[in-house]
Design a protein around this ligand. Structure first.
Ligand code: FAD
Length: 318
């Protein structure tokens, strides 16, 4: 079922959903199931699976010269989605990127998803590869997520890259896109970011999932701004419980989000990471309860491969 249908069927109740990462190459899919199993009691209507593009690593050779190697550390997005749908009978949502994909790669990826009965996709641009400062699209790829949304939407109309194909099968993807209550790091302003968000919606996106935030006010203000701009589709909040002291620096650096002073002070007071985890859980429960009270249709948790804290939060909220 599509995300929009899940929301319509929930009759105003707030639903629980979460995102997982594929395991590092070499690990068993059991590690994924072990994280999902304890969360199934909260009846997620869908589970997102992130996509991780290739990275460049440089290895020194015997002659002392460096050799560039392309590695994909977390492959398996599509396989995990198929396994989730098969094992749990829950909709799995693969993330799909512009980065590293030509339009032809994208089309073939989407055909695989369609054949597997996957009905939702999260369309993203992706970040720059670690060794580059700015995002560089593939030569025959998309520069922005908007182009990707257009391609998916065209396939939903049966329009393939080879326009001479006759009697084509139409896909039926519900398309999600990303948004940033504290603005995307490259965007000159929040208004500019919302302007481009509107373009993704005009091109066919049917729901939005936000970057994590730790101050609900930022989310509420963002949603209000979007609504004033005529955006009417669901804006699903993304939530992440802080779990380590290191994340105080890492999360603002990696995701360009602010942490509220009160949360920072609580974390600094902690003697070790088990105390930090508890603070993160309490903070996220408060955030979740407030969002639930405001009638938000779905709360989406970033599990980052660990489900025990999400389980504790969900048991208090859902
Ligand atoms: C919910 C969510 C899930 C994510 N999942 C993944 C994942 O699985 N894998 C992964 O690698 N990354 C993931 N990301 C990170 C995401 O790929 C990065 O944040 C990326 O930098 C931007 O992606 P986007 O789809 O928002 O890009 P876009 O919508 O293309 O926007 C990128 C930037 O360009 C600007 N822009 C857009 N169109 C134009 C235009 N025509 N001209 C000028 N500027 C423009 C926007 O304002 C923004 O600043 C996720 C992010 C979120 C919020």
């Amino acid at each position: 079922m599509k995300v929009t249908e899940h929301i319509a069927q929930a009759n105003g109740n707030t639903q629980f959903s979460f995102e997982i990462l594929p395991p590092l190459k070499g690990q068993h899919i059991k590690s994924i199931f072990d994280n999902i199993d304890p969360l199934m009691e909260f009846k997620p209507p869908f589970i997102d699976v992130t996509y991780h593009r290739e990275e460049y690593i440089y290895k020194e050779q015997e002659n002392g010269l460096l050799k560039r190697q392309i590695v994909k550390k977390r492959p398996g997005t599509v396989g995990i989605c198929a396994a989730i749908q098969n094992r749990y009978k829950v909709d799995a949502i693969p993330h799909i990127l512009c980065g590293g994909f030509t339009k032809e790669d994208t089309e073939n990826f989407l055909i695989d998803l369609d054949f597997l009965g996957i009905q939702n996709v999260m369309a993203l641009r992706g970040d720059a590869v670690k060794t580059e400062t700015y995002f560089t699209p593939e030569k025959e790829g998309h520069e922005y997520a908007n182009g990707l949304v257009k391609q998916i939407n065209a396939l939903n109309d049966g329009v393939y890259l080879d326009e001479e194909l006759q009697n084509t099968s139409k896909t039926n993807f519900c398309i999600g896109v990303a948004a940033y209550p504290e603005k995307h790091m490259e965007s000159p302003s929040l208004d500019s970011d919302i302007h481009f968000l509107k373009k993704k919606i005009k091109s066919g996106a049917e729901y939005v999932v936000t970057q994590m935030f730790f101050d609900n006010q930022k989310y509420f203000e963002f949603v209000e701004k979007c609504r004033k701009e005529g955006i009417t589709i669901p804006i699903i909040p993304g939530l992440k419980p802080i779990a380590t002291k290191r994340q105080l620096n890492l999360l603002p650096h990696r995701f360009h989000v602010d942490l509220p002073e009160a949360l920072i002070l609580e974390v600094i007071k902690c003697k070790d990471n088990s105390e930090v985890k508890q603070v993160g859980i309490e903070w996220c429960i408060q955030q979740s309860k407030e969002l639930q009270k405001a009638g938000i249709p779905v709360l989406h948790y970033y599990s980052m491969g660990k489900s025990d804290n999400i389980q504790t939060i969900a048991s208090q909220v859902f």
